[in-house]
Design a protein around this ligand. Structure first.
Ligand SMILES: [Zn+2]
Ligand SMILES: [Zn+2]
Ligand SMILES: [Zn+2]
Length: 151
């Protein structure tokens, strides 16, 4: 990609992120934009400590924690636990909205590098729970080697 085209793509992303925040009635702030930028540039989910490292000193831990909690509540990001039980975050599909996540897909976790990848094309089968049980969420993880660790 040529340099000027790259600049254009980044500008488009910025507009998209700003719109996303406004649609969700969240104020457009630099830390929020940075978090969206980092997460959408990655093809695997990212944990809070990893995000902290990438954001550097410009965003403190409490602010980041609040950003992630609000993004999860608004249906912008969904949480997935990795092999060690650490929460990682991935972007949601357009079907998600406030208090209602529709990310009914399987997550692939690499047993070597611990990457968490959304397999959006593979959906979770319908789970029937016993009478008088109320289902709130279902998580299905597939564990194995990712394409990078496989080669
Ligand atoms: Zn979601
Ligand atoms: Zn891997
Ligand atoms: Zn996912």
């Amino acid at each position: 990609m040529k340099e000027d085209q790259k600049g254009l793509v980044e500008a488009n992303d910025l507009v998209r992120f700003k719109n996303l925040l406004r649609e969700n009635k969240l104020k457009v702030t630099q830390p929020r934009l940075r978090v969206l930028e980092i997460i959408s540039a990655k093809d695997s989910a990212i944990s809070q400590p990893e995000l902290e490292k990438l954001l550097g000193k410009e965003t403190d831990r409490v602010t980041l924690y609040r950003i992630l909690a609000s993004f999860e509540e608004k249906g912008i990001l969904h949480k997935v636990f990795d092999l060690h039980g650490t929460a990682t975050y991935a972007t949601c599909s357009h079907n998600c909205s406030e208090h209602k996540h529709e990310d009914q897909h399987i997550h692939f976790i690499c047993s070597s590098c611990n990457s968490v990848i959304c397999l959006e094309e593979i959906s979770i089968p319908n789970i029937r729970v016993p009478k008088n049980f109320a289902l709130q969420s279902v998580a299905v993880n597939a564990v194995g080697l990712c394409d990078k660790c496989q080669s």
